[in-house]
Design a protein around this ligand. Structure first.
Ligand code: SF4
Ligand code: SF4
Length: 172
């Protein structure tokens, strides 16, 4: 071994350290600072509303049927024009997702005929007991949009007869 070899190795090591000292740090000061997720990230579910505040979910249970982890529980009830939650005949009177079972596959999102359930960008999930991992509709539904009304709403008879609004053909 050459006498200068340890010094050369030491200098190489210090040079690597120096290079990283000049780079922008990648550490995020969570939770004060939150990292933006990628556009296709699948986080905690959100139940969406229409612009007028009516709920998109019609309580059809197709999401529950599609779920490979049996994580979704839906119970539906009848809408009336006096007390309307969603367009059409029925709405989800109970909607629960067991977050301990969910594998974030997105099958529920694909199965939904009204695009009500969507896996959003929220990743802050923590529980101290198993019961807290069951998220009810009240936790999943998005807030009423600006200009909309909360549900239940009193609506004009015959105005919201279709459960599934006509959607544009994705092939168009
Ligand atoms: S993301 Fe997958 S596992 Fe989770 S609730 Fe939806 S269908 Fe079930
Ligand atoms: S979220 Fe969609 S698929 Fe699930 S019950 Fe509601 S409307 Fe049906």
């Amino acid at each position: 071994m050459h006498v200068l070899e340890p010094l050369i190795e030491l200098a190489r090591g210090l040079w690597t350290t120096l290079q990283f000292m000049l780079e922008k740090p990648v550490t995020v000061q969570y939770p004060e600072q939150k990292k933006l997720v990628k556009p296709r990230f699948r986080g905690r579910h959100v139940l969406h509303r229409y612009e007028n505040g009516l709920e998109k979910c019609i309580g059809c249970s197709l999401c529950a049927a599609a779920c490979p982890a049996d994580a979704i529980f839906v119970e539906s009830s009848e809408n009336t024009d006096e007390k309307r939650f969603s367009p059409g005949e029925r709405y989800a009177s109970t909607y629960q997702i067991n977050m301990l079972r969910c594998i974030y596959c997105g099958f529920c999102e694909d199965a939904c005929p009204t695009e009500a359930i969507v896996l959003g960008d929220q990743y802050e999930l923590s529980f101290t007991e198993r019961r807290q991992a069951i998220y009810p509709k009240e936790m999943l539904i998005e807030p009423v949009p600006l200009g909309g009304q909360p549900t239940p709403q009193k609506t004009e008879p015959g105005k919201f007869t279709r459960s599934v609004p006509q959607m544009k053909d994705p092939q168009d």
